[in-house]
Design a protein around this ligand. Structure first.
Ligand code: ADP
Ligand code: MG
Ligand code: ZN
Length: 476
């Protein structure tokens, strides 16, 4: 019998404010332990938190970008639990009255556009970081991260497959980056995901019992963990068993999820409104002002790339995956107005080079203007497409402009028909057997002759002219 998986994701995104959410300590990553702390974020008695206005502004940006309704009035709540990295004994979060609800985004998975609901977005403070000594039975705690602002984005249980979960996370991260409110770095933990998953028989209305997966620090991990967990739950149901509601940890090395805590051990957080903080009252005028500063978002940019440049949806999706990549493409198109050709080169050579050299698009060794120069050389027939690949590699390694490389290496395409005819004549004379085979009907050999001529000219002969002359001479 067929099964269907139900997936809902909880994402924590660290906001790129300069200071923490309730004090003026720096949020900068990588400082020596416990240097970015003060009585407020260390949870000393008698101190009072003061809300950072930028945190609210950034959260509103995300809420608008994900089509949420923004609450005119919302509240902070205390989430009580003890853990050594949480010096107050409670985390300031939002509970009954979050700042934003009822949103949605669109994702692309399996060539289909799909709507995924956003249940809520709320603000909260991050906890500190425990560092366990690998040799001695002791742990250290670094409070630099305590009080760094987070938003939690909770999705509706609208996701059905691990691929859709991956597409949703990539889209959410792209939006955060477009808005410049989160760097989206999963390895450093500034973009974290907990995945809730259950399975049910196809056609059944009610959801099955869910488990919550933690400890996945890449998109690939989330997809693998979900795929594994879905299979595990299906096997339990097949055997007539029942899935236990519990939290499980993904073990990436073993490729399995392992139980962490069950429902019995689930925390009772005893949420209550934080008496130290006033309700957050948001003025409609401020929201509209923020709306006016939103950039073109990934989904709109993608639609425009399809419409304006006539690109296939796949190209548009890749090119709009980050704002700097989209900008790179558009700058190049400004200088060379053949969007599909530019797209092929950006998605091919440029992205491959960045991957090989582990660089970002901002560090691309070939600027969009230079890439356009190269494409113009091909377009005007100075070099062939094949030689262009060689010139491109040379541009990457030497940083020289394409014309200079073409001149220095003598790569100008040979378009002189009489010179090419000489080479063709010679090639045919050297391959009498193949010529007679060709004339006897083995026409497949045509490609072989083209190859020989290109080899003799070291790839510089204009392929179109080579083809024409070869055809003429072989017909004779
Ligand atoms: P909690 O705060 O205890 O984790 P929530 O009600 O906030 O619980 O739900 C967390 C996430 O779990 C949401 O993303 C939601 O869509 C998802 N979810 C809820 N029920 C199910 C289910 N039966 N199967 C899969 N996901 C679910
Ligand atoms: Mg949860
Ligand atoms: Zn502080």
């Amino acid at each position: 019998m067929g099964y269907e998986a139900i997936i809902g994701l909880e994402v924590h995104a660290q906001l790129l404010t300069k200071t923490k959410i309730f004090c003026s300590c720096s949020t900068e990553f990588g400082a020596p332990p416990n240097t970015h702390t003060c009585p407020v974020c260390l949870g000393m008695p008698g101190v009072l938190p003061v809300l950072n206005r930028k945190v609210v502004e950034y959260t509103i940006r995300m809420a608008l970008a994900t089509n949420c309704t923004i609450a005119r009035e919302s509240r902070f709540a205390r989430k009580n639990y003890f853990y050594p990295d949480l010096p107050k004994g409670y985390q300031i979060s939002q509970y009954e009255l979050p700042i934003a609800e009822y949103g949605h985004i669109f994702i692309w998975a399996n060539q289909e556009r799909k709507r995924v609901g956003i249940t809520r977005i709320h603000m909260e403070e991050d906890a500190g970081k425990l560092i366990h000594d690998p040799y001695r039975p002791i742990s250290f705690v670094d409070f630099n991260r305590t009080g760094v602002p987070l938003i939690e984005i909770v999705s509706e249980p609208d996701i059905r497959t691990p691929e859709e979960a991956g597409a949703y996370l990539r889209q959410l991260r792209a939006i955060l980056r477009y808005l410049e409110i989160c760097d989206g770095n999963m390895e450093e933990g500034s973009f974290r995901c907990d995945a809730n998953v259950s399975v049910r028989h196809a056609g059944v209305e009610t959801f099955g019992t869910r488990t919550e997966l933690k400890n996945m620090n890449s998109f690939r991990h989330v997809e693998n963990a979900l795929a594994h967990e879905i299979r595990r739950q299906e096997a339990i149901i097949e055997d007539g068993g029942e899935v236990a509601q519990e939290t499980r940890l993904w073990d990436a090395d073993k490729g399995v999820t392992l139980p962490m805590r069950g429902k019995e051990e689930a925390h009772d957080y005893r949420y209550f409104p934080d008496p130290d903080l006033l309700p957050i009252v948001i003025d409609e005028g401020w929201v509209e002002k923020i709306r006016g500063t939103l950039p073109e978002l990934p989904d709109d940019k993608k639609a425009r790339f399809i419409e304006e440049y006539g690109l296939p949806p796949y190209d548009a999706q890749v090119l709009t995956s980050s704002r700097p990549l989209a900008d790179y493409f558009e700058t190049c198109v400004k200088h060379f107005q053949e969007p599909k050709t530019v797209s092929n080169w950006v998605m091919g050579s440029i992205l491959a080079t960045l991957k090989a050299e582990n660089k970002t698009i901002e560090e691309a060794p070939v600027s969009p203007e230079r890439l356009a120069e190269l494409l113009r050389l091909i377009d005007s027939g100075v070099i062939s497409g094949k030689i262009a690949k060689r010139v491109f590699d040379e541009m990457v390694s030497s940083g020289k402009p394409p014309e200079m490389i073409v001149q220095e290496k003598g790569l100008v395409q040979v378009t002189d028909a009489s010179a090419i005819a000489e080479v063709v004549k010679q090639v045919l004379a050297e391959h009498e057997k193949e010529v007679s085979d060709y004339k006897a009907g083995k026409t497949k050999l045509f490609g072989f002759f083209v190859g020989q001529v290109m080899k003799a000219t070291r790839g510089k002969a204009n392929p179109k002219i080579v083809n024409e002359i070869l055809r003429q001479m072989l017909e004779e």
